[in-house]
Design a protein around this ligand. Structure first.
Ligand code: GLY
Length: 420
């Protein structure tokens, strides 16, 4: 079977990498993909829109489409392609609203009794300040729509809250995505990312991964898309059971009760608080860079798993014993911006257990790899212990360098400490 991956970043390179290893899939296409995905992958250049993609699939005999990023999912691409007869891994438009609208998502949690922080819907500075009296600081203001990771404001007091609300509702810094927002109770605790694959009717859980969201060591500096991940994360059996009973099962039941056309992944952002797990948010796509460490842990065939999900059939997944680490190499000035076209020096080769995935690179006419985005490369490594996988990932990362390269040196440190 031939498969198409939609998207172009490190997550999509991880998906392509997994499908290239599949014996179920004999040819991989990417739209648009990136040059780092290699010559085995055919990059398509049609518009990301159902009629054009369907035509390209017919012309190239593609049967399975795996959609990476949230934007096309929220625009309904998965359901449109399914209606045209393609096998698609990704939720339809209604299900994708769980990520596309934070307000819709909260109402889903409320309706299906899924634990989450208390909230109010606000759409003006005045209302935000009035409703703030229902909460204790710090205040959390979340733009309703997709905002590429820039839609959450943690405000230490009312002055900061007023500024955030003014930016959203009056300065319209996020445009339509910030027309309405959630004002939420801040919940102290620690974060876990939980992934399930769902057919709509049934689900299977993946191992847990831990992201490192801040740009600098020790979780300091501004937020990024993610600077590195490790998996599997170990938590106590009792916490795992609580998460399954209080969060995962009600989420799955809610998806079923709403009759969503959901055949894909649900990425549940959880805050573990003193009063138990609380859902922070749903994402309807794989995490980036979580995918880079989750996919290589499968002792099986991702092509077959994605196809089964797309057909409403629950796959039986078996996991390897080892650990995976991903270290993100980012461009100078990331996350505020990124310095592009800087030549990357070094050796891009790897092995089955340690390799690069490309996220924001470009090949020049002179055949040099240059930076072409915020997160540039992912160094991924697998090993039998977490310590070893971390060491191997850093060794891989150090095969390349460029002026201004940013890399956190403490990926996996917290997970290692928790194993002691
Ligand atoms: N790594 C976080 C995300 O993909 O949203």
């Amino acid at each position: 079977m031939k498969a198409l991956v939609i998207g172009k970043g490190g997550r999509e390179h991880a998906l392509v990498h997994a499908l290239l290893e599949s014996s179920f899939i004999n040819k991989v296409f990417a739209l648009p993909g990136n040059q780092g995905m290699g010559k085995e992958v055919t990059q398509l250049s049609v518009e990301v829109e159902s009629a054009s993609i369907h035509k390209a699939c017919i012309e190239n005999d593609i049967e399975l489409v795996v959609i990476g990023p949230e934007d096309p999912l929220v625009q309904g691409l998965a359901s449109q392609l399914r209606q045209k007869g393609l096998a698609v891994f990704g939720p339809g438009e209604q299900g994708a609203k769980l990520e596309g609208s934070k307000i819709y998502s909260k109402k889903f949690m409320e309706k299906h009794k899924i634990p989450t922080a208390a909230f109010e819907v606000v759409s003006s500075v005045e209302k935000t300040l009035e409703k703030a009296s229902n909460f204790t600081p710090p205040y959390v203001l979340k733009a309703d729509g997709l905002a590429a990771g820039k839609g959450v404001f943690i405000c230490k007091d009312k002055t900061e809250l007023e500024k955030a609300a003014t930016d959203l509702f009056e300065n319209k810094i996020l445009g339509e995505a910030g027309r309405e927002a959630l004002l939420e109770q801040f919940q102290p605790g620690y974060e876990l990312s939980f992934f399930i694959l769902t057919t709509g009717a049934d689900y299977v859980a993946l191992p847990m991964a831990q992201d490192h969201k801040k740009i600098f060591e020790g979780e300091t500096g501004p937020n990024t898309g993610g600077m590195g991940t490790v998996a599997p994360m170990k938590i106590s059996d009792s916490l795992y059971r609580t998460i399954i009973e209080e969060v995962v099962e009600p989420t799955q039941k809610g998806i079923q009760a709403e009759s969503f056309d959901y055949k894909g992944v649900v990425f549940i952002g959880i805050m573990v608080t003193d009063s138990g797990p609380q859902v922070l948010e749903y994402n309807v796509r794989f995490g980036d860079p979580e995918t880079q460490v989750l996919l290589p842990l499968l002792d099986g065939d991702w092509g077959e798993a994605f196809y089964k999900i797309s057909q409403g059939e629950k796959p039986q997944l078996k996991w390897k014993e080892g650990f995976a680490t991903c270290v993100v190499l980012a461009a100078e000035k990331y996350p505020e911006s990124s310095v592009k076209d800087v030549v990357i020096e070094g050796d891009f080769s790897g092995s089955k257990e340690a390799y690069f995935l490309h996220a924001g690179t470009k090949l020049t006419e002179e055949n040099h790899w240059v930076t072409n985005g915020g997160r540039v490369l992912n160094a991924v490594a697998l090993a039998s212990t977490l310590q070893e996988s971390i060491e191997k990932a850093y060794k891989q990362a150090d095969r390349v360098c460029w002026p201004g390269r940013q890399m956190r040196k403490d990926i996996g440190k917290k997970a290692l400490d928790s194993l002691k």
